[in-house]
Design a protein around this ligand. Sequence first.
Ligand code: PMP
Length: 330
Amino acid sequence: IGSIAESATLKVDAKAKSLQAAGRPVISYAAGEPDFATPAHIVEAAVAAVRDPKNHRYTPAIGLPDLREAIAAKTKQDSGTEISAAQVVVTNGGKQAVYQAFATLLDPGDEVLLPAPYWTTYPEAIALAGGKQVDVFAGSDQDYKVTVDQLEAHYTDKTKVLLMCSPSNPTGSVYSKEELQAIGEWVASKENLWVISDEIYQNLTYDGVYAHSITELVPELADRTIMVNGVAKTYAMTGWRLGWMVSPLDAAKAANNLQSHLTSNVSNISQRAALAALTGDQQPVRDMLAAFDRRRKVAVAEMNKVPGFVTPTPQGAFYVYSDVSALIGK
Ligand code: PMP
C-alpha cells in the first residue's frame, strides 16, 4: 500500500466539492463526471428496488443473474463480441474492475504496456498487483494513439498485458478500425500477451465515429482479453458505483474469488438501477451526448485560441486534452 499514491483526480475533486459546499463559485474539471442527474426511469427502478426486501440481503458476489445477462447482451451489441453471462463479474465501478483485472493477470515483475497519456488509476492498479508499468508515449502529432511499431519497441519477454482505452481518458482519442485491427493482430502474434480493454466510454462518441472493440476486430483475442466497462459515464451514474469486467471463464472465477473476500456483491439497489439503464430507454443518453458535443466544440475552439496550446478535436469521451509541451520551461 505504501507504494501507491492517492487518486490525484479524486483529491482535487474532493477539494472542489468542499469549496462548493462552502458556497464558493467553483467549477470542477477534476474527475470524469457528467454533471447531469441520472435519468428518471433509472432512479425509479432504484426506488422500487429499495422497497423490495429481496434486495436487502446478500446476493452472489459475482452479480445478479439478470444484470449479468443484460451485460452480455450489451457486450454483443456495443462491443461486437459474443460472450456468456458466466464471463461477467459485476464490480463496484469500473475502477474495481480495473484493479481486479490487473490483480488477476499479473505476477510480480510482469510488464504492462501503458499507452500515455493515461488515466491516473492505471499505474497504481499495476503497482498494487506487483507489475511494472512501461509507458508508450503518443503525442498530439499522432492524436495521442500508439502504433504497432511503438508497442513492438517496448515489448520484452516479460510483457504480460497491453492496456487499451478507446475512447481514451484523458485524451478523448478513438482508435480507428484499421489502427485497432493492426494492434489486435500484433497482440495475437505474441503468444502470452493479454489485453485489458477499458471500454467505459464506448457509447460516448461524436461525428458518427464508432468505437470498435479489439475482440470484435480480432476475435481470437477473446480468450486473453479482459473488457472493463460500467454505467457511470454513459448514464450519469458515477455515484452509484456500478461497473463490470468481462473475461475468459477462468479469469472471471479468479476475480470473483478475490471480490468475494474484498467487497462481496455490489449494492443490489445499484445493480437494479444498472439493469434499468441497460435495458430501458436510451434517449436520455442521446440528449446528454448532444450536450457534451456542444461543449466539446466550444472547449476546443476556445483552447485553440490559447497561444502555445495544441488541442486536437476529441472524437469520444468528454475530455479535451491540450498539448502544452511548447510552453514547458517558459
Ligand atoms: N476507466 C476509465 C478510463 C475512467 O475514466 C474511469 C472513471 N474515471 C473508470 C474506468 C472507472 O469509473 P467508475 O469506477 O466510476 O465506474
